[in-house]
Write a protein that binds this ligand. Structure first.
Ligand SMILES: Nc1ncnc2c1ncn2[C@@H]1O[C@H](COP(=O)(O)OP(=O)(O)OP(=O)(O)O)[C@@H](O)[C@H]1O
Length: 360
């Protein structure tokens, strides 16, 4: 069942279009991440749903009803916004109870609901504290409890974890996901943090210049990006500018890069005279460049170079390979075993499959 529906929503400021014909549906109980670079219109979209910004055109429906004429507090949405802080003069309990006053919750039902919410966010026992007596993470949990207390049809989260340090952010991310699942909240979360968007969302919507450029599961967005923008924006990649060098057999195509390398891609031949080839660093395998070269598999690309840098970054090792023409290639391998054959200054061969080359 569709709970939230945006149809052709547009918002301009002066001559600038911040949100450009956004159409979006969110199903009951699903978490949708809105992801995109700064200024792409994420927050404006969220504010339009919440009722803080009125669109120039288009409609917003919540639970099937057009909410265009309703005030924010009449919309049955739960908000956790960056700048929507706790009330400093109210206790934890009062903060959580705040929204219920406007939503017609019976006064007698409020204390038990507050208790239920605080136990959900693991803050039972902190009812009488004031926000300045809480850590940043605890404050965000209270804000989440406040957002969920009215049992809203839609929950809107804008950069909910951005104020926290990296470790806490990760912990709270898992907790947030679990809590949203427990209450079955239909949620839109706005973040500019890719990892957060990909880990929280059942689906991810990528925005660029006010428009939706792709919607898909986190895996679809990463593995089959709709265009060059999405491929560049999500994850790391190595890019080659190339011209088609001919079809080898059905859907195995050869390209010649501007540096003169031949790269084969198992993808539809680009009609354009120039193509952008993308290879994710985790798809590149590295082998000792001094060892004899094995028989060449037509599905495999091999580029020979020198290891320029080896950086062990916790679970991963980032290896920069310098190819002829000073062209650099990033390969990421797991930080396990002894990583034979990868030593700075030594010759190396980089392998990647034709099926792992994306063509735009
Ligand atoms: N009240 C306003 N007046 C004029 N321009 C605005 C206003 N609000 C937003 N904009 C502009 O609209 C564009 C989209 O802003 P928005 O806040 O939605 O982006 P965002 O994707 O959330 O970015 P960020 O990740 O930086 O928060 C930006 O270029 C912004 O400057």
């Amino acid at each position: 069942m569709t709970v939230l529906e945006l149809r052709n929503v547009t918002k301009t400021y002066g001559g600038f279009t911040a949100v450009d014909g956004v159409t979006l549906e969110v199903e009951q109980g699903k978490i949708l991440s809105l992801l995109g670079p700064s200024g792409c219109g994420k927050t404006t979209t969220l504010r339009i749903i919440a009722g803080f910004v009125s669109p120039d055109a288009g409609s917003v429906r919540i639970g099937g009803d057009d909410v265009g004429k309703l005030k924010p507090y009449e919309r049955n949405v739960g908000l956790l916004f960056q700048d929507y802080a706790l009330f400093p003069h109210m206790t934890v309990s009062q903060n959580v109870a705040y929204g219920m006053r406007y939503r017609g919750t019976r006064a007698a039902a409020v204390p038990s609901r507050v208790e239920q919410m605080l136990s959900l966010v693991q803050l039972a026992g902190m009812e009488t504290r004031y926000p300045n007596q809480l850590s940043g993470g605890q404050q965000q949990r209270v804000a989440l409890a406040r957002a969920l207390a009215t049992d809203p049809k839609v929950v809107l989260l804008d950069e909910p974890l951005s104020a926290l340090d990296a470790k806490l952010r990760l912990e709270l991310r898992l907790e947030l996901k679990e809590i949203l699942r427990i209450v079955g909240a239909t949620t839109i979360v706005v973040t500019h943090d890719q990892e957060e968007a990909l880990s929280l969302g059942d689906e991810v919507v990528v925005m660029h210049a006010g428009r939706i450029v792709q919607r898909g599961t986190p895996t679809e967005i990463y593995r089959t990006p709709a265009d060059k923008f999405v491929a560049e924006f999500i994850g790391r990649s190595n890019w080659f500018q190339a011209v088609p060098g001919g079809e080898m057999n059905q859907s195995l195509n050869s390209y010649i890069t501007e540096e003169g390398f031949e790269i084969r891609a198992r993808a539809a031949q680009s009609n354009r005279s120039d193509a952008a080839l993308c290879v994710r660093p985790e798809h590149i395998e590295l082998f000792d460049g001094a060892a004899p070269e094995p028989t060449h598999d037509p599905e495999q690309n091999i580029l020979a170079g020198m290891v320029l840098d080896v950086a062990p970054l916790g679970p991963d090792v980032h290896v920069v390979v310098e190819l002829p023409g000073k062209r650099r290639l990033l390969a990421i391998r797991k930080n396990v075993g002894r990583n034979p054959g990868v030593v700075s200054g030594q010759p190396v061969r980089a392998y990647f499959q034709a099926s792992d080359v994306l063509v735009f």
